[in-house]
Design a protein around this ligand. Structure first.
Ligand SMILES: Cc1ncc(COP(=O)(O)O)c(C=O)c1O
Length: 298
């Protein structure tokens, strides 16, 4: 086995399930566990790890030594790709939305990316909109030579294959299929993988971290649209207070963009009788703690 495949195999899977002991007010009785994917790797955490894993193998198999990807200035995906590049020996290029940022001091996320060796290439917001256009990608390859291209957020077929691995791993750990598996949703790659491999008796709940103009039709998972708190990366005091209380009670850090919104939603659903009594609910802690707001410590 090639060195990368060996390293990935060693790291894959086995994130623990942590049962929450003090989750709900009476009379709701459900069992709520957190699948601690945030613990999978110290830097390439959570769903990013699962989404990158088969892509890293594919890049290596194709003989490509540079990963090129796209993101905003606070992107968890850029952060994870930069870290994965450093850990597994790839060069990395980050195409960053907003050419105005090129002349400003780097924020913590971008500084980290640069410290991992990622080359940051800032483009205008207009150019950034062309990120999936093959002609634009060709222009980028002319600048950076042949690269393995990962889309914004890292969602592609191999990423979905990676997140699909979570369900059999979870069922083996539990010894049975849970009634519900929950995850936060951005581009939809993580939830798509979970829904793809979930057995009929498991309902997959996706908590939208962003505001949709209308619900998406014909999904094989349940799309929950009421917990975005105003839109992507928007917060409200109520959300921040919930996260602080959760962290204090359980000793588990969350962040306000994805995991905090999902857990707020799960608690709200439980309070309003959505889950049948005795249901086993497993929420995936998808990591992203690099983006945790300092406000949560205030
Ligand atoms: C911490 C975290 N959780 C959940 C998600 C949502 O994942 P997806 O884009 O696959 O829907 C992201 C996306 O970037 C994320 O960073």
């Amino acid at each position: 086995m090639d060195e990368l495949a060996r390293q990935l195999a060693q790291l894959t899977g086995n994130s623990p399930i942590q049962w929450l002991t003090d989750p709900f007010p009476e009379p709701v009785t459900i069992r709520l566990g957190l699948k601690r994917d945030d613990l999978l790797h110290p830097l390439v955490s959570g769903n990013k790890w699962r989404k990158l894993k088969y892509n890293l193998l594919a890049a290596r198999q194709q003989g490509l030594s540079t990963l090129l990807t796209f993101g905003g200035a606070y992107s968890n995906h850029l952060y994870a790709t930069a870290a994965a590049g450093k850990v597994f020996g790839f060069n990395t290029v980050g195409i960053v939305r907003g050419d105005e940022l090129a002349h400003k001091p780097l924020n913590a996320t971008l500084s980290f990316c640069q410290s991992c060796g990622m080359h940051l290439h800032f483009v205008t917001r207009l150019d950034y909109q062309r990120k999936d256009d093959p002609a634009f990608q060709l222009e980028l390859m002319q600048l950076f030579r042949l690269c393995y291209i990962l889309p914004e957020g890292g969602t592609n077929e191999l990423a979905i294959r990676g997140t699909a691995d979570l369900i059999p791993e979870l069922i083996t750990q539990l010894g049975f299929a849970p009634d519900y598996v929950c995850c936060p949703v951005g581009t939809g790659g993580t939830v798509a993988g979970l829904a793809q491999s979930a057995p009929a008796e498991t309902t997959v709940l996706g908590f939208m971290a962003l505001k949709l103009p209308e619900p998406t039709p014909n999904l094989n998972w349940v799309q929950l649209t009421d917990y975005h708190f105003g839109g992507y990366a928007k917060t409200k005091l109520e959300l921040l207070s919930f996260i602080r209380a959760f962290e204090q009670k359980n000793g588990i850090l969350l962040e306000q963009v994805y995991t905090g919104k999902m857990l707020y939603g799960i608690y709200d659903l439980a309070r309003t009788g959505y889950f049948p009594a005795g249901a086993t609910v497993v929420a995936v802690h998808t990591g992203g703690l690099q983006g945790r707001s300092g406000e949560l410590d205030a």
